[in-house]
Design a protein around this ligand. Structure first.
Ligand SMILES: Nc1ncnc2c1ncn2[C@@H]1O[C@H](COP(=O)(O)OP(=O)(O)OP(=O)(O)O)[C@@H](O)[C@H]1O
Ligand SMILES: [Mg+2]
Length: 507
């Protein structure tokens, strides 16, 4: 024992000496009403928009509606243990999420909490979920291609880094698959992939994660999940949180691509929260600001100017339609916000034309300048040929046998359609796409039976690697399509076709 008394006593004295005693201002309010993921709170007069609120039971929420006498708080945790009368504290902080390299390869919730059981994440920083979009001066033109490895997208609706392209279609028409395939294709690029699931079924999210892990480079992906069973608040912040995590890479001069699956569910959550916080409903009962919240979100995708580091953030939001109705409120809003849309059609999907892209309704408004020049050279008039074929096909369906030129166009069109088919989770390289387009445009496939085209497509990468290795290297190095490269590719493909025809059993 020391002369001052027992050890614990001196320790306590020391703690007391260090403590600063004095009045502390604490903002507290009380829960007035609670239910369905929203709490109405009174007595917190100096809370700001999006401020995080802590509940006495440890739950968190954030302020969404600031009325003079009460606050509409959207809960980010389960509300089962929150009761009317509970104390609520303001924190002075807006909702923020962890950002940094540590998130790569992880499956997390919108607040950055791990969902994959791989332990805690040590973030580089915490950034707010709402950040201003880059201004006009900070931006650059969208000119560099995003290689999605999906033939129909790369050849007809080429995407650029910094672009926002909507993927829209009915229920179960391959929207998620198309977006995930575009992420898988980034295994060969320098792009960071972020997949945000909002209100999706757990099975669908599981499938996306499995595909990314099996085929993609998962170490460069972040999967952010707010499933259909998550609190509405978590679903609401998910796209914003994903954008913030992606912006970290964009602002460092890197390139990122974000898929938001899907914004229809997000709009429904927004409507739910708005109705619960008593905001006045507008068209289809959505509150008036539903256009604004999505515009604000997607404006954050950008190609930055060289002064700002030249990074880019490409966004692929997804929207679901009902019976192909593109003019419903949310799909039209999103179509007008984005730089183009890829429309997936249920009829095509059921006919087995997958990916079921409706070539007439889809568009990339950034234009052909983002397309890799080699691919543009090889694809040539593909779009026009295919559009003519689709019209001719309707005309000749009921007629007799068409004459020579029309028949030729029909044969070519059918080969184009076949070439645009693609199995899921198998994005192909640029050189394979270039070769495939060359084969179609030079008529190499015209004499091949339609079912054999699938075999041709499947065997193409290996055949090129084996028989035209130098051409593969030339195109991979972003070279141009000179005559010798072209001849090498055509030579390799002719050999493949001969082999396929020889292998086919004669009837
Ligand atoms: N290119 C493809 N080739 C073969 N099967 C495909 C292809 N694209 C999608 N599918 C299959 O179609 C089904 C529906 O696909 P997906 O889940 O991507 O559609 P979705 O539009 O996202 O559906 P939801 O509306 O439920 O979100 C899946 O079983 C998927 O495996
Ligand atoms: Mg889906």
């Amino acid at each position: 024992m020391s002369p001052d008394g027992p050890d614990w006593l001196s320790a306590a004295r020391e703690t007391l000496d260090r403590a600063t005693l004095g009045p502390r201002v604490e903002h507290r309010g009380r829960v007035e009403e609670i239910g369905d993921g929203v709490a109405l709170i009174s007595g917190l007069s100096d809370v700001r928009l999006d401020e995080v609120l802590h509940f006495a039971g440890g739950q968190v929420g954030f302020a969404r509606v600031l009325d003079p006498d009460r606050i509409g708080c959207v809960m980010l945790d389960s509300t089962t243990d929150v009761e009317a009368g509970d104390v609520v504290f303001g924190t002075g902080e807006v909702v923020n999420v962890p950002v940094g390299e540590a998130l790569l390869g992880r499956v997390i919730d919108p607040l950055g909490r791990p969902l994959d059981g791989k332990g805690a994440i040590a973030p580089e920083a915490r950034w707010p979920i709402e950040r201003p979009a880059p201004s006009i001066i900070e931006r650059d033109l969208v000119t560099e291609p995003v290689q999605t490895g999906i033939v129909v997208v790369d050849t007809l609706f080429a995407l650029g880094r910094g672009q926002r392209e909507l993927i829209v279609g009915d229920h179960s028409t391959g929207k998620t698959t198309l977006a995930v395939d575009a992420l898988i294709a980034q295994r060969d690029s320098d792009m960071i992939c972020i997949y945000v699931a909002v209100g999706q079924k757990t099975s669908s999210v599981r499938r996306a994660i499995d595909a990314l892990q099996a085929q993609g480079n998962f170490e460069r992906c972040i999967v952010l999940v707010a499933g259909s069973a998550s609190a509405p608040g978590l679903q609401w912040i998910a796209p914003y949180a994903g954008m913030t995590m992606a912006e970290y890479f964009r602002d460092k001069g890197q390139h990122a691509i974000i898929v938001i699956d899907d914004l229809s569910k997000h709009a429904a959550t927004h409507r739910e929260i708005a109705l619960l916080t008593r905001q006045s409903p507008g068209r289809e009962a959505y509150p008036g600001d539903v256009f604004y919240i999505h515009a604000r979100l997607l404006e954050r995708a950008a190609k930055l100017s060289p002064e700002r580091g030249g990074g880019s953030l490409t966004a692929l939001p997804i929207a679901e339609t009902d019976q192909g109705n593109l003019s419903a409120y949310i799909p039209t809003n999103l179509i007008s916000i984005t730089d183009g849309q890829i429309v997936l059609d249920q009829t095509l999907f059921h006919q087995g034309q997958k990916p079921a892209v409706d070539v007439g309704l889809s568009v990339s408004r950034v234009g052909g300048k983002t397309q890799a020049p080699v691919l543009r050279a090889a694809a040539g008039t593909l779009r026009l040929d295919y559009a003519q074929f689709l019209e001719l096909e309707v005309f000749t369906r009921f007629g007799g046998m068409p004459d020579g030129r029309v028949r030729q166009q029909l044969t070519r069109g059918a080969r184009i359609r076949e070439a645009l088919r693609q199995p899921q989770h198998q994005p192909i390289r640029l050189v394979d796409e270039v070769a495939l387009m060359l084969a179609v445009q030079t008529g190499l496939l015209d004499d091949l039976d339609e079912p054999l085209v699938a075999g041709f497509r499947a065997g193409l990468p290996a055949a090129l690697d084996r028989d035209a290795a130098s051409a593969v290297d030339a195109i991979a190095g972003q070279g141009s399509l000179d005559d010798s490269t072209k001849a090498a590719l055509l030579g390799a493909m002719t050999r493949l076709i001969d082999k396929l025809s020889a292998d086919e059993p004669t009837p």
